[in-house]
Design a protein around this ligand. Structure first.
Ligand code: NAD
Length: 430
C-alpha cells in the first residue's frame, strides 16, 4: 500500500469509529490546495529547472505547518500524504497549526553549495504568495537543514520588504532558531514514553526502574532519544546506525539484561566513538576509546528482535513488517521514525500484546518546539532552553494523556486513539 493510501485508510478508520459520515471524512482528506512550482538554478552549463511542490492540507486549527524535503523521489502524492499526517500530528499535539508539506524533486548531493542556495531561494520566491507567518510556515525535512531555512527566510524577507523570522522554523539558533529544537524530537519521545509508562506498566507488568531499551538509528532523533532516556534512568542496551549496531553485555542481555548497571551503554561515549570510527559497529572492542568491551555487534534486523522491554525504531519507515513482527520481543515499541511499522504488521504486534506508541504522538516534540520558535519569532523573544523544555514537557504530557484516555474510552489501540483524537479536533475545528 502506498503512503497516501495508508494515510487515507487510517483517517477513514478513525472517522468511522467516531461516527462521521464518509462525506465528512472525504472532505477532511481533500487538501485545500497542492501547488506545483518551477524552481531553477543557473549553473555553468546554463539554466536547470526542477519541480517543486507544496501541499496545504488543512488550516482549520491555524496556519499550515510542515517540512520541505529535497529528494529525487519527492512526488505530488508523497507531499500530499505527508501534509495529511502533519495536520494529524499538530492536532494530536494540540498546537494551533494545520498541516502542509513541500519538496523539490532533486538530488541535493549533485549540487554545489552555491547551487543549493540558488535552489532554496528560488523555491522560497516561487512559494512567496502562498506562504508566510500567518499562512504557511515551512521547516526542514529530509536533506534540508537550518542553513537552507536561513536562506529561505532571507529570501522571503526581501520580497516581504521586512525581516520575517516567523516565516520559517528550524533556523540556526543565532538566526532566530529556538534553543532546544535540535534535541526536541528525541526529548519529546522520552517525555511521551514516561507519561504512558505509568499507565501501561500495570498492563504489561514491567518495572519502570529496570527497563531496557534498544534504539535503531543514531541520528538526530535516535541519538537524543537514547541519551535523554539514559539520563532519565532507562538502560539503553543497544543502538544502531545504517551499518549495524552494538549491544552491551550480550550475555547479560539474554538474561533480561542481567539487571546490572554494567549492561547499559554510555551513550555520549558511544557517540564520541562513532564520530571517531565513522560507524557504530566500528566501535566494538576499540579498547579504552569506548566503554563497550563486553559488547557485541548486531545487525539492524537482530537489534529489532532483541529481548528488551522497549524498542525504538528511529531511522526509517517500514522496518517492522509481516516478516519480522512475530519475532519482536519488546513489550513496547516507540515509533520515533515516521511509519516504522508497516500496516500489515500491526495486527501481529497487537495479537502479541505489544503496545505501540504511535509516531504522530511520539515524534511530535520537533513540531512542538517549531511552534515555540514561531511564537518567539512573532514576539521578537528568545526563550531559555529550560523554558522551552518545560513547555515541551507540558504540551506532550497533556497530549499523551488525551491519547491514553481516548484509547481507554473507545477501547482501541494508542495509534487508533491518536488518529481519532486528531480527526475529531480537525472536523470540529477544536
Ligand atoms: P538522521 O538522518 O539524523 O538519522 C537517521 C539515522 O538512521 C542515522 O543514524 C542513520 O545511520 C540511520 N539509518 C539509516 N539507514 C538505516 C538502516 N537501514 N538501519 C538502521 N539505521 C539506519 O534522521 P533523523 O532526523 O534522526 O530522522 C529519523 C526518523 O525520524 C525519520 O523517519 C524522520 O522522518 C523522523 N522524524 C524526525 C524528526 C526530526 O526532528 N529530526 C521529527 C519527526 C520525525
Amino acid at each position: 500500500m502506498n503512503i497516501l493510501e495508508t494515510a487515507r485508510n487510517i483517517v477513514r478508520n478513525a472517522g468511522k469509529k467516531l461516527g462521521y459520515s464518509a462525506h465528512t471524512i472525504d472532505a477532511l482528506l481533500q487538501p485545500n490546495r497542492v501547488i506545483e512550482v518551477k524552481v531553477n538554478i543557473h549553473s555553468e552549463t546554463g539554466e536547470r529547472v526542477f519541480t517543486g511542490y507544496r501541499s496545504q492540507h488543512n488550516n482549520s486549527r491555524g496556519p499550515y505547518k510542515g517540512g520541505i524535503r529535497f529528494h529525487p523521489q519527492v512526488s505530488r502524492e508523497e507531499v500530499l500524504a505527508l501534509s495529511i499526517l502533519m495536520s494529524i500530528k499538530c492536532a494530536v499535539a494540540g498546537i494551533p497549526f494545520g498541516g502542509s508539506k513541500g519538496g523539490i524533486i532533486v538530488d541535493p548531493k549533485e549540487l554545489s553549495k552555491k547551487e543549493l542556495e540558488q535552489l532554496s531561494r528560488s523555491y522560497a520566491r516561487a512559494l512567496f504568495p502562498v506562504i508566510g507567518p500567518h499562512i504557511d510556515v515551512p521547516a526542514p525535512d529530509v536533506n534540508t537543514n537550518p542553513l537552507i531555512m536561513q536562506w529561505m527566510t532571507d529570501e522571503y524577507g526581501k520580497l516581504a520588504g521586512k525581516a520575517s523570522p516567523a516565516a520559517f522554523t528550524g533556523k540556526p539558533v543565532d538566526k532566530g532558531g529556538s534553543l532546544g529544537r535540535t534535541e526536541a524530537t528525541g526529548r519529546g519521545g522520552v517525555i511521551v514514553l514516561k507519561a504512558l509508562l505509568s499507565k501501561l506498566s500495570s498492563k504489561l507488568k514491567v518495572q519502570n526502574s529496570k527497563l531496557t531499551v534498544a534504539v535503531q538509528g543514531f541520528g538526530n532523533v535516535g541519538y537524543y532519544f537514547a541519551r535523554i532516556a539514559a539520563e532519565t534512568g532507562f538502560k539503553v542496551v543497544a543502538v544502531s546506525d545504517s551499518k549495524g549496531g552494538i549491544t552491551k553485555n550480550a550475555k547479560g542481555l539474554s538474561a533480561r539484561a542481567g539487571k546490572s548497571q554494567k549492561s547499559k551503554l554510555d551513550i555520549p561515549l558511544v557517540m564520541q566513538c562513532k564520530k571517531k570510527q565513522g560507524t557504530l559497529a566500528g566501535c566494538y572492542c576499540s579498547g579504552g576509546v569506548c566503554d563497550i568491551n563486553e559488547g557485541k555487534v548486531v545487525t539492524n534486523d537482530q537489534l529489532l528482535e532483541l529481548p528488551v522491554d522497549i524498542l525504538v525504531p528511529a531511522a526509517l519507515e517500514n522496518v517492522i513488517t509481516e516478516k519480522n513482527a512475530h519475532k519482536i520481543q519488546a513489550k513496547i515499541i516507540v515509533e520515533m521514525a515516521n511509519g516504522p511499522i508497516a500496516q500489515e504488521a500491526y495486527p501481529i504486534l497487537q495479537k502479541k500484546g505489544i503496545q505501540v506508541i504511535p509516531d504522530v504522538l511520539a515524534n511530535a516534540g520537533g513540531v512542538v518546539v517549531s511552534y515555540f520558535e514561531w511564537v518567539q519569532g512573532l514576539k521578537g523573544e528568545k526563550w531559555e532552553e529550560e523554558k522551552v523544555n518545560k513547555k515541551l514537557q507540558a504540551v506532550l504530557k497533556k497530549s499523551a494523556t488525551a491519547v491514553w484516555e481516548e484509547s481507554q474510552k473507545a477501547r482501541v489501540s494508542l495509534k487508533e486513539a491518536a488518529f481519532m483524537l486528531a480527526v475529531r479536533r480537525l472536523v470540529e475545528k477544536s
